[in-house]
Design a binder for this molecule. Structure first.
Ligand code: ARG
Ligand code: ZN
Length: 876
């Protein structure tokens, strides 16, 4: 049952209000739903009402209070169809269903784990609670009554405002919530159980007081402060930057430990994976703090971009996700260091979205068909979607972007709209035609730009020729040229920016070149010396660039570009060139070359005191083995890459030994921990220096000392990683791993870092290590965080270990996938994508991987989620 964009049509009936009554029981929960409908003007007078359902037991059905006779309705496995409904009059349909929250291992719909009832309804989970119009363009006003045992569920939460609460017989109690804002079913939420809480308040720009409550497991309240603080900063920022104010009297966040995704923006009641809430210095790294800040903000920002204005259908998913990721990125950039945040985004995009876009699962930011919508919560819809909004801002300028967005909020508040509606607001607010640009939403694949330049010394003229093409992707063979905004700088011989006196061949505004044709030559006059051309500054467009820059130009950009993102990218390119050459040498048995231009540049970075530490740490981090594999692109041999990278790393470590020693000296350790970006940057720099020193000296002692001395998780896990990855069998490593296991024995979430650290140890022993860890008592196949930390990390982030040449890890993984699919299809399909780039491996591995993928595909009882992914991976 493939769903097509072109088949969209509105419902025959309009749903105005819904009253839900939940009687919660772990083994049996009953759900009563009273829905007020009327037939839409213009709709077919004889059309039946067709509601969605999934795994429901129907226990009652009435129309305007009278039980419906069996001949009036049909019950299919995924639908409830009701005939002969009133043509003009509104009517009330009452549906009663029974569900079993404790047996719901899919974690979709209403489920109960660890004594907590909670829901996840996006995208199509509400139909697992009751028969409903489970689609985003049906917006209704909800009133929700929850009845449960008071001792085990003292807390009863839903969306909106609490309107009534009272004691009932038999130790039960009830709470009634009313949400005045019409919303689609995917934003419905319910939580019940016994949780701890921290409370705060926020006064909005129009001076309304909002109560903020954050619920966590009892005893974890002390780890909720940073999330609360992030929330308040996000609320303030959205007022100042985008004029968006919160709209209810209360805003709640609940952290749960069994959750398929990161978090969910349910109206007024966000539900989070606890790993994106809980943080204190001893248990969370600086990266964790950064992610918590970003995701808390992301879900909060959805209140406007997603909830007040939602999607007409799921093809429009990027309307809310792409835009909200862009808002989240801007928030992080304003809270932290803009260039550091941007480099991290670029790294993420290249590591996750580019491979998706060049593999069998490639799809446009706005897809036109899907088998299972759950599989489209992808880096393309999210991160590439964000890049598309960022490009709109680059093309229009920030002020015009804000004008367009203001119009969007004004025009579409309360609506369920499309990406065309969104784009139209920017066109109407600014007069700029975005029709060519809109292709970014519809054309899959990462555009590739080839650049060449010629400098005419006599007249000071630079000609820059840019050609663009986009590779074919599944279902899209032919591609058209896109409108690509490319920030471009000209770096003179002394390192200063040069400004041409005139430009022809295309539009240039500020430093943005507008590439719109397949081939385009820009001619710049008045450049007194040959500049190094810095293309795609700030990563203004999500494209790949093939540009044969002379090495000295690359070094000049790395050393002098005023745009730090471009500086980082130049160092990264230098490193990738060296690492790719080293890998080739390694495969042909030659001695491995290490370019002194790389070691000199990196040492220069290490010694440069003017650079901020966080940026230095990023620049000094060599591309990962996966980055190198992607750069090589085909016939990848992960063992050769591993060896080559270690060799280059050791050479850098030796060349920069003095600088790294200076950087590894620990700062005053009695200084109280602060999670701010500047302190985090210092820790990152010290820890990367420590890992180079460990490589240069070949001695585990300093890392073990760093581990023992650590007073925060960032330093502790960094030391543990050095030990585990660089001194795998050492006694110091064994001791540190045991200490960590013991120290956090009662903290599964903190043990995830321990699982991941070991799952990503390179080499053929990794499989056995992972299998042993699966029998650790802390491992739990029912918990998505555990599964991702161990099996997910192994499959996606241990190229040499997972791709061992005998294929043993592939068959282990295939077995795991088949088992896991029975329990949790959403999680399993996501895990499966770890193998999406298998065809880029060298022949032996590729063939062994294919056998296991075919074996999975040959099962005829796969979930729809897994079936969709595996068939697309195998191009079936
Ligand atoms: N809307 C949520 C967020 O991005 C994520 C929901 C994911 N749902 C899914 N079915 N994968 O904030
Ligand atoms: Zn989102």
């Amino acid at each position: 049952r493939t769903v097509y964009l072109e088949d969209y049509r509105p419902t025959d009936f309009v749903l105005e209000t819904v009253e839900l009554i939940f009687e919660l029981g772990e083994n049996l929960t009953t759900v009563g739903s009273e829905m007020r409908f009327y037939r839409r003007g213009g709709a077919d007078q004889s059309a039946p009402l067709v509601l969605d359902g999934d795994s429901l037991a129907l226990s009652g059905l009435a129309l305007d209070g009278k039980p419906l006779l069996p001949e009036r309705y049909e019950q299919k496995h995924d639908k409830l169809i009701i005939h002969d409904l009133p043509t003009d009059e509104p009517f009330t349909l009452t549906v009663k269903t029974r569900i079993k929250p404790a047996e719901n291992t899919q974690l979709l719909g209403l489920y109960r784990t660890n004594g907590i009832y909670s829901t996840q309804c996006e995208a199509e989970g509400f139909r697992r609670i009751s028969y409903f119009y489970d689609r985003p363009d049906v917006l209704a006003v909800y009133t929700v009554t929850i009845i449960a045992d008071k001792a085990t569920s003292p807390l009863l939460l839903s969306n909106g405002n609490l309107v009534e609460q009272k004691e009932l017989e038999d130790g039960r109690h009830m709470a009634k919530w009313h949400d005045p804002f019409p919303k689609p079913a995917y934003l419905f939420a319910l939580v019940a159980g016994d949780l701890g809480m921290i409370e705060d308040k926020f006064t909005t720009m129009s001076r309304r007081d909002v109560t903020l409550r954050l619920f966590v497991e009892h005893g974890k309240e002390g780890r909720a402060g940073y999330a609360m603080n992030s929330l308040k900063r996000a609320m303030k920022w959205d007022e100042e930057r985008f004029g968006r104010e919160y709209d209810l009297d209360i805003f709640m966040i609940v952290a749960v430990s069994d959750f398929n995704m990161g978090a969910m923006e349910n109206k007024g009641l966000n539900i989070f994976n606890d790993r994106l809430i809980l943080a204190d210095p001893e248990t969370a790294t600086d990266d964790d703090y950064g992610r918590i800040e970003a995701v808390v903000a992301h879900e909060y920002f959805h209140n406007w971009t997603g909830n007040r204005i939602t999607c007409r259908d799921w093809f429009q998913l990027s309307l809310k996700e792409g835009l909200t990721v862009y808002r989240e990125h801007e928030f992080s950039a304003d809270q932290r260091s803009r260039s550091v945040i941007r480099v991290e985004e670029v790294k993420f995009l290249r590591a996750h979205q580019f491979p998706e876009d060049s593999g069998p699962l490639a799809h446009p930011v706005r897809p036109t068909q899907y088998l299972e919508i759950d599989n489209f919560y992808t880096t393309t819809v999210y991160e590439k979607g964000s890049e598309v909004s960022r490009m709109i801002a680059t093309i229009l300028g920030q002020d015009n972007f804000r004008k367009g967005l203001d119009l969007y909020f004004e025009r579409h508040d309360g609506g369920a709209v499309t990406i065309e509606d969104y784009l139209k607001c920017f066109e109407d607010a600014t007069g700029r035609d975005l029709s060519h640009f809109a292709l970014w939403y519809h054309q899959a694949g990462t555009p590739e730009i080839t650049a060449s330049s010629e400098y005419d010394e006599k007249v000071g003229r630079l000609s820059l020729t840019l050609s663009q093409s986009t590779p074919s992707t599944p279902g899209q063979k032919e591609k058209k040229p896109l409108h690509i905004p490319l920030r471009t700088g000209f770096i003179g011989p002394n390192g200063d920016d040069m400004e041409p006196s005139s430009v022809s061949g295309g539009e240039r505004r500020d430093d943005v070149l507008h590439l719109t044709k397949e081939h385009q030559t820009f001619v710049f006059e008045g450049l007194g010396a040959r500049p190094a051309v810095s293309l795609n500054r700030d990563f203004s467009a999500p494209v790949k660039i093939e540009y044969d820059l002379p090495k000295e130009d690359l070094v000049r950009i790395a050393q002098h570009e005023s745009d730090l993102v471009a500086r980082w990218d130049a160092v990264n390119t230098l490193a990738l060139n060296t690492l790719a050459a080293a890998t080739r040498a390694c495969q042909s048995g030659e001695t491995i070359p290490v370019d002194p231009a790389l070691t000199d540049t990196l040492t220069g970075f290490a010694e440069d005191d003017a650079l901020e530490p966080a940026f230095k740490a990023l620049a000094l981090t060599l591309p990962s083995e996966l980055d190198i594999g992607r750069r090589i692109g085909q016939d990848i041999d992960p063992d050769a890459i591993h060896l080559a990278r270690n060799t280059v790393r050791d050479a850098v470590a030796k060349a920069g030994h003095k600088a790294f020693s200076a950087l590894s000296v620990s700062p005053a350790e009695d200084a109280p921990f602060s999670a701010d970006a500047e302190s985090a940057g210092k820790r990152a720099l010290r820890n990367i220096a420590l890992s180079y020193l460990a490589a240069a000296n070949g001695d585990a002692t300093p890392a073990k000392e760093a581990y023992d001395r650590a007073t925060n998780m960032t330093d502790r896990i960094a030391a543990l990683r050095i030990l585990a990855h660089q001194f795998t069998g050492a006694a110091e490593t064994k001791a540190a791993l045991e200490d960590y296991r013991e120290r956090f024995a009662r903290e599964p979430l903190v043990l995830d870092k321990w699982f991941t650290t070991q799952a990503t140890i390179a080499g053929p022993d990794a499989l056995e290590r992972v299998q042993n860890l699966m029998s650790d008592t802390a491992f739990d196949i029912g918990n998505p965080n555990r599964v991702r930390a161990l099996v997910g990390a192994f499959a996606s982030s241990n190229p040499s270990g997972f791709n061992r040449p005998d294929g043993a890890a592939y068959s282990f993984f295939a077995n795991f996938i088949l088992t896991s699919d029975k329990r949790n299809p959403t999680l399993t399909a996501r895990l499966m994508t770890a193998m999406r780039s298998f065809s880029a491996l060298e022949k032996t591995r590729r063939e062994k991987a294919l056998i296991e993928l075919e074996r999975i595909a040959s099962h005829d009882d796969l979930s729809r989620n897994l079936r969709d992914i595996i068939d697309r991976m195998l191009k079936k």
